[in-house]
Write a protein that binds this ligand. Sequence first.
Ligand SMILES: [Zn+2]
Length: 310
Amino acid sequence: MKFFNIILFFILNFYAYPSISSNNFNLVPIEISDNVFVIIGDNENISIENGGAISNTGFIIGDNYILVIDAGPSYIYASNVIDIIKSFSDLPIQYLVVTHHHADHSFGISRYLEIDVEIIIAPAELKRYLKYGHRSLKQIKALIGEDWLLDTKINSFEYKVKEYPISLNLGNRNISIELFEKGHSDGDLIIKDKNSNILFVGDLIFNGRAPTVPHANINNWKNYIDIISKRDWNYLIPGHGNIIKNKNELLPTKNWITFIDKTAKEASIKGVSALEIFNEGLPDFIKKYKLAKETWYRDLPILIDKYEFD
Ligand SMILES: [Zn+2]
């Protein structure tokens, strides 16, 4: 069934997008369990080649409603995802859960608002999306060009304040949504599909690449990874990288954030600058991570600054 769906989608996609254009994301839905899908992003930095589609998107189809997990990086990306969903089901997309405000997870929101979807996002992250979204959108346009971000807007919208955990019923399909405050972001949402025992954890876990920490509280984040690790789940969908089956695969995220945090704290206590640390070369411990260099150079100075002002 899974493979059949993928093949069917390729056929539909081929006719819908006969030529390769700069706006073609080539998204491939994978059915992990009955009616639970994930589209794995390009496990890289945002680039002109991937159009910002670097994080994972999920969707879950119940008997009455569909729930989408993360809006992706742009209006066009979200449109493509909606087309894919429509190729599987005519049911309404009732909910969009945005795990946190970072652009690669949230900038498709404007597309979902056009089809009257209820947006679920932590209040603190909605604030950040509205406050920093315009600036971030400008930066990404400068980086990868306007075409990829055509019609992408930062919209305010009617927002229902929720009490977490949230329980939703998609029709013979129960979903729970939990809020993990001040971890990778100010408000990370994790989504569990109870029928399949699959957990979507957003950027609390990065698989196969260095995690990014610009808005993180690393102490809380480490605790959250321990909590997630102790939970019972069949599959875990990280914010970036492949589907996870084995709990050991949560460790690289925890080890990286522990290491960069310790390095930054020691540097701020000793008055050592990021540049001095960079001059010593990339530490052996982190060399094995994909995107280690870029992430290390970008995030370490931010963390050192943060601890100097703490
Ligand atoms: Zn993020």
